[in-house]
Design a protein. Structure first.
Length: 375
């Protein structure tokens, strides 16, 4: 079996699994209690904050532990805009995750207006030339569907010049590419534990200036009074371990990228009509968005699953009527391409054999589906 949907959610790392099994022996306690068990857990929790800050190029006070990326997005968009009087104008890219698109739609109902950053045919977001100030701007570091890496550092400069706070969705980027919060000059960034080989339900919100943040979960003063609720300390411990391992393995990213691109070339040689979305620009080393026009993406996904290869599509379905995703529409791709995609996303230790097995399964599945199409 090959699990190739790491951009959807990652498998639990072996080191995390081993740690968790041992950790379940205890100790357990409330980190906010003043007894020795509480103090022990709180000290370990704060050590995790220091380690995560160091790994991400941030200061410990800039690390706010959350339940994941969606919570971080909601907190920034709501609390930041509520705290700061602004012109009620938002700027987001057309390819943002639904967590940002949906919170923007909600803000529109509250009187905000939204401008969109356009995307070129390669999946790169076009940074505007004109000067204009916004309450907040959002551009993801790397797209979850195409894997295309955006020029977020360049956009950060544009935001500074236009006195606009910059929220960068780094959910797919962190753990796959080198990252430093300080060097990037972002105002906000996010991590979600289930994307990096740990348990779901934990995350990190990186905040350049925490004084500009307001809580949306009120409790007993946890996380510098910015995120209430008894801390998910075991989740944070596991997330810290996974993040540390990923950063230490970052040197493998170039080799992984080469293995992936060799795989893509072989697919195109054997299936001339195959298209690799975003092929001509920098992408995440683990991500291939493949389209074979005329072969339905969901059909190929099902056929691959019958061969024990688990991928996903970037299409959303409503009443069994497939639609091209908003990301691919923003790139100007038509339905013949958009409805035929599958996304292959592997972990950082994917081997040449993994890709060879996927290649073999795709070719065999393609031949089966092509016969059905012809019939």
């Amino acid at each position: 079996m090959i699990y190739a949907d790491y951009n959807g959610t990652s498998k639990l790392k072996d080191s995390v699994k081993k740690y968790l099994i041992e950790r379940l022996e205890g100790p357990f306690g409330n980190p906010n209690a003043i007894h020795s068990i509480g103090n022990q857990i709180k000290m370990a929790y704060e050590e995790c904050r220091k380690i995560c800050a160091d790994l991400l190029g941030a200061e410990p006070h800039q690390v706010i532990f959350t339940s994941g990326s969606s919570e971080g997005i909601s907190q920034v968009f709501y609390s930041h805009l509520a705290l700061n009087k602004c012109n009620k104008k938002l700027l987001i890219s057309e390819i943002e995750h639904s967590a940002i698109k949906n919170v923007s739609k909600t803000l529109e109902k509250m009187g905000f207006s939204v401008d969109f950053l356009k995307t070129d045919p390669n999946g790169k977001v076009i940074i505007p030339d004109e000067k204009k100030e916004y309450c907040i701007a959002a551009l993801m570091a790397a797209n979850n569907e195409t894997g295309v890496v955006q020029d977020y550092n360049e956009f950060a400069k544009w935001c500074r010049e236009n006195k606009t706070p910059f929220f960068c969705d780094t959910t797919q980027y962190i753990g796959k590419m080198p990252f430093s919060f300080k060097d990037s000059e972002l105002d906000f960034a996010i991590v979600s534990s289930h994307k990096i080989g740990s348990l779901g339900g934990s995350g990190i919100l990186l905040v350049k200036d925490p004084q500009k943040l307001k809580p949306i979960i009120f409790g007993g003063g946890q996380e510098y009074s910015l995120r209430g609720g008894t801390q998910n300390y075991i989740g944070v411990e596991c997330m810290t371990l996974a993040l540390k391992e990923l950063v230490e393995d970052m040197h493998n990213s170039e080799a992984q990228d080469k293995i992936k691109k060799d795989f893509e070339k072989r697919i195109k040689n054997q299936i001339p009509e195959a298209i690799i979305i975003g092929e001509n620009v920098k992408r995440l080393p683990n991500t291939t968005l493949l389209s074979i026009p005329g072969i339905h993406g969901q059909g190929l996904q099902i056929e691959l699953e019958s061969r024990d290869i688990f991928v996903t599509t970037s299409s959303a379905c409503s009443d069994n009527e497939p639609e091209t995703s908003h990301v691919l529409k923003s790139m100007g791709l038509d339905d013949s391409v958009g409805r035929s995609v599958i996304r292959i996303s592997l972990d950082e230790k994917a081997s040449e054999k993994d890709y060879a097995d996927i290649e073999d399964a795709i070719i065999k599945s393609y031949k089966v589906l092509k016969k059905i199409k012809s019939y």
